[in-house]
Write a protein that binds this ligand. Structure first.
Ligand SMILES: Nc1ncnc2c1ncn2[C@@H]1O[C@H](COP(=O)(O)OP(=O)(O)OP(=O)(O)O)[C@@H](O)[C@H]1O
Ligand SMILES: [Mg+2]
Length: 492
């Protein structure tokens, strides 16, 4: 029943007339989440002569490790002596524990020979740091060990930023020099058989724990090797967490549950780091356990709980520039793997065409994320991805394909205070002439800001009680729940 859905004419269950068609692709975007700006009727106000607001002071770096400059000097001396003494190739043959023991013995000897005065605790600290440098990821180790850090951003040896609780902060972590940083970058990428140097200065990689890594080295990165790590969260957020954080209202969460469960085709749209992958992961939790799911990602981040999941990952070209497997190759191959659902980590190119085709030909319940700042922009992005993929199709045909394929767009955003919110749950209704008609079910309305600078707002229903996927919800026996959630949200 909910297999192929023609874009016009052949639909046996007529779609409900949209109560409030709200967005159309070709029109200019209007801010929906924010309160509407009044159209000025009065003459422009006199120029504001009050002094310009003071620039924000740069906050001091937050201390991750409390080490004095003197400590770093001692460490460098001992480290250099150690490197002169040990045979790194031989050390690499040992398992981690034996290598650590070997380093411990030599470091203790060096401390004795050089007559360095240190407490036992300081010696332990030094040993730990040196082991991290020789065997692990050096100064990154304490950051990697913390689960509350979302991103680590290293801009050359001296400047390491982290994102914690939505806020980006400078830390006091630093590398000895750019050579050490480059060494660590090299160590990270060599684990997946890649190399980063002047001749191939851009590289994507993954840490053994699944964290996503990007390295860009000089001469492209002007101020030294630049490393960006999206930390892999072992305990992925669940919908209940998103409700607890206020990212979505309880009613909105129920609606998303129904959307995910009753096989709507969903696009999750949002800016960088807005929580798209997290949201996609939480939505996949609503998929039935007996469905065959195939995931396609650039770096495997999704953690599906169902038993029948095939995980696919793209492959960059090798050093000779061959052997690349693109997202499009994966999505195309997916179709020959008898998928019931296709989940694409991030749609960013011509694979959009194949995904839409899959959505239009019986693989409903497919999902994907894409970079866009509003549902309307997301539709435009899909259209332009198809056009740029070299398909010479009239724009009306592309729009028919888009509207036939996509049922719902969920918009994620990272607000200026660092909090993440779902700002829109929007249905794609269909085409009227050349215009794509969409209908918002939920919006996030910003109402102000509290004393500590946190954005205040709330999720509001647009009053729609019969969304276009109503029949689908009924088919899956979820219509009562859907109606109750929508009515409860409208009554708030
Ligand atoms: N609703 C939320 N509340 C709090 N933290 C969140 C929320 N959603 C995501 N996060 C955290 O924000 C970080 C970025 O999330 P995520 O990887 O999902 O973003 P993304 O939009 O996929 O990023 P990218 O564009 O880089 O792929 C993660 O550490 C995640 O745990
Ligand atoms: Mg992502």
């Amino acid at each position: 029943m909910f297999g192929k859905r023609p874009t016009g004419g052949g639909d046996t269950t007529p779609r409900q007339k949209p109560a409030a068609p709200s967005a159309a692709v070709p029109k200019a975007a209007a801010p929906v989440a924010a309160p509407k700006a009044a159209i000025p009727t009065a003459p422009p106000p006199a120029p504001n002569l009050s002094p310009a607001p003071e620039k924000k002071a740069v906050p001091p770096p937050i201390a991750i490790e409390s080490r004095s400059d003197q400590y770093y000097e001692v460490k460098t001396t001992i480290f250099n002596a150690l490197i002169d003494t040990i045979d790194l190739a031989q050390l690499a043959q040992l398992d981690a524990e034996s290598a650590r023991e070997e380093i411990r013995d030599i470091v203790n000897e060096i401390i004795a020979i050089k007559n360095v005065t240190m407490s036992i605790a300081e010696q332990e600290q030094l040993l730990q740091d040196i082991c991290n440098d020789v065997l692990g990821y050096g100064p990154l180790e304490p950051l990697l060990a913390r689960d509350d850090i979302a991103d680590i951003m290293v801009n050359g040896a001296e400047r390491v930023f982290i994102e914690v609780g939505g806020k980006v902060q400078l830390t006091n972590v630093r590398f000895r020099d750019n050579a050490q940083l480059m060494n660590i970058c090299q160590r990270i990428v060599s684990q997946i058989g890649r190399r980063v140097d002047e001749s191939s200065p851009i590289c994507d990689a993954r840490l053994p724990d699944g964290s996503r890594v990007n390295v860009i080295a000089p001469p492209l990165a002007i101020d030294g090797p630049t490393l960006t790590i999206r930390k892999f969260k072992k305990d992925k957020l669940k919908m209940a967490d998103l409700v607890r954080f206020g990212s979505i209202s309880p009613e909105g969460a129920t609606v998303l549950n129904v959307i995910g469960n009753c096989r709507c085709n969903v696009l999750i749209s949002g800016g960088t780091g807005s929580g798209k992958t997290t949201l996609l992961n939480t939505m996949t939790a609503f998929i039935d356990i007996d469905e065959r799911i195939i995931t396609c990602e650039d770096a495997a981040e999704l953690q599906l709980q169902q038993p029948h999941v095939v995980r696919l990952e793209t492959r960059p070209p090798n050093l000779e520039g061959t052997g690349e497997i693109t997202m499009r190759d994966l999505v195309k191959n997916c179709l020959r793997m008898r998928p019931e659902r296709i989940i694409v980590g991030e749609v960013r190119g011509p694979e959009a065409f194949d995904l839409l085709q899959a959505m239009n030909t019986g693989h409903d319940g497919s999902m994907g994320t894409l970079h866009a700042n509003s549902p309307r922009e997301a539709l435009q992005r899909v259209e332009s991805m198809i056009t740029m993929g070299g398909y010479n199709l009239p724009s009306k045909t592309i729009r028919e394909m888009v509207t036939g394929a996509i049922d719902v767009i969920v918009q994620a955003a990272r607000l200026r205070d660092g909090s993440r919110r779902i700002t829109h749950i929007t249905e794609v209704i269909g085409l009227e002439g050349d215009v794509v008609i969409t209908q918002d079910l939920f919006l996030y309305e910003i109402t102000g800001e509290d004393e500590s600078g946190r954005v205040r707002g709330r999720h509001v229903s647009t009053g729609i009680s019969r969304p276009a996927f109503w029949d689908r919800a009924r088919y899956f026996n979820r219509e009562r729940e859907l109606l109750e959630a929508l009515e409860a949200a409208a009554a708030k």
